[in-house]
Design a protein around this ligand. Structure first.
Ligand code: CTP
Length: 403
């Protein structure tokens, strides 16, 4: 069920005895890596409490259409835009009838009218209700509108009858939900990406830094998350918003970036150093603003730690990818860095052509091969880079897989 990693699932629960199984479903979806939010109809809350679902998903459960508090948080339209999939389990006969009629008389039915996400229904009801022509017609019309119908199963029912109408088991529903998503290239892989410049303080108002907009690292983070990876973005100061579904850790100096990287390095599969780390920092940071007295000012600088080399030298090291922005001899300097820093893969490019710009071309280098990527915008090249990173990563963890 890898393809649920990072997916946003809105679980709708309607009033029926099978609602007790929705708790297990919410747990399984969460376990498979999905972010789950729950919307319950008023009738559903008679069968299972919102608190149970809140505890299992870690998210507030939505029950009311006209709830000023909830609207101040994630309003119903925002909630309708949020998911990658809306899964209604159980879907009662009454709920199916209301959706078929296009009603919007509670939060969940309103969501279904407002959302553009795919919708899956897991009917659950007494066998006579299921077989009733009104229910059959409603289902047919909902399926004709493109909604997916999961189940129901046949068997013993809570009311004592035997026949069709039992909700599928939670694990079956989770598998069917997973099958709706194509497996992302990086599904479930944990990526750490450093991005942006670092700033090394000279005094309270001045610093040394590098040119770096952060665009390349942010593009990689956004594309990796879209491909199903769980991404931590360790970012120096940049003027970019955090990409969706990416955990961003803000840092300022090289040493802070190193600490943040070491804190997550053991729990990551792939580490990508895109940051333009300042190689030196002032030996002493003046406590007060330095006043001008003489015509010249000397600063003593000391070496900063090399973050990516430190990560690549760890005993349990992740697959480590570096970047090299060079102003001359791009390929030769890149190859030297690949070896010196013990990297698995390195993307080398011409420094001046990339700063702040949206277009990029790069040479990818690894121990026994190379290829060129781009030119293209950073999102496109980021996708090419991730495809290559994934191929080389597979080669690294499963040497038998020839790529
Ligand atoms: N890097 C790092 N820590 C540093 C310096 C660089 O992790 N203190 C990483 C960068 O994020 C990048 C790679 O090392 O992935 C190459 O960065 P670059 O600045 O080109 O390398 P330097 O080691 O600084 O080499 P140079 O002597 O050319 O400045």
């Amino acid at each position: 069920m890898n393809s649920l990693a990072n997916k946003r699932i809105l679980l709708g629960i309607t009033g029926g005895i099978a609602a007790y199984k929705s708790a297990e479903l919410a747990r399984l979806l969460g376990k498979a890596g999905a972010d789950v939010r729950v919307v319950m109809t008023p009738a559903a809350t008679q069968f299972i409490t919102p608190l149970t679902l809140q505890a299992l998903t870690g998210n507030r459960v939505h029950t009311e259409l006209l709830d000023a508090d909830a609207e101040a948080g994630m309003g119903h339209i925002e909630l309708a835009r949020w998911p990658d999939l809306v899964l209604i389990a159980p879907a009662s006969a009454d709920f199916l009838a209301r959706v078929a009629a296009g009603q919007a008389d509670d939060l969940l039915s309103t969501m279904l009218l407002a959302t553009r996400a795919p919708i899956a229904l897991a009917p659950a009801m007494n066998q006579a209700m299921w077989l009733n022509v009104a229910t059959r017609d409603n289902l047919q019309s909902l399926a004709a509108r493109g909604m997916h119908v999961f189940g129901p199963a046949e068997g013993e029912q809570a009311c004592g009858d035997t026949g069709p109408g039992r909700m599928l088991e939670p694990h079956q529903l989770a598998e069917k939900a997973s099958a709706l998503f194509e497996s992302g290239l990086l599904a479930g892989l944990r990526l750490v990406i450093t991005a942006g410049p670092t700033r090394e303080a000279i005094d309270p108002v001045r610093y040394i830094s590098n040119h770096s907009s952060g665009k390349m690292g942010y593009a990689l983070a956004a594309e990796a998350a879209a491909a199903g990876a769980l991404v931590t973005l360790i970012s120096g100061p940049v003027a970019l918003p955090a990409p969706e579904r990416v955990r961003r850790v803000d840092v300022v100096s090289a040493r802070q970036m190193l600490d943040a990287s070491l804190a997550v390095a053991n729990d990551c599969d792939i580490f990508i150093g895109v940051a333009a780390v300042a190689d030196y920092r002032p030996a002493n940071v003046a406590e007060q603003k330095i006043k001008k007295h003489d015509d010249t000012l000397s600063l003593e600088l000391v070496r900063n730690p090399d973050i990516i080399s430190t990560i690549a030298s760890l005993e349990r090291r992740p697959f480590t990818v570096g970047f090299a922005a060079e102003t001359e001899d791009v390929d030769a300097n890149g190859a030297g860095k690949l070896q010196r820093k013990k990297l698995d893969l390195l993307f080398a490019n011409h420094a001046t052509s990339t700063f702040g710009s949206d277009a990029i071309a790069a040479t990818a280098l690894w121990s026994d091969g190379s290829t060129s990527l781009g030119p293209g915008n950073k999102a496109l090249v980021a996708r090419q880079m991730l495809a290559l990173i994934h191929a080389r990563y597979l080669h690294h963890v499963e040497p038998a897989v020839r790529t």
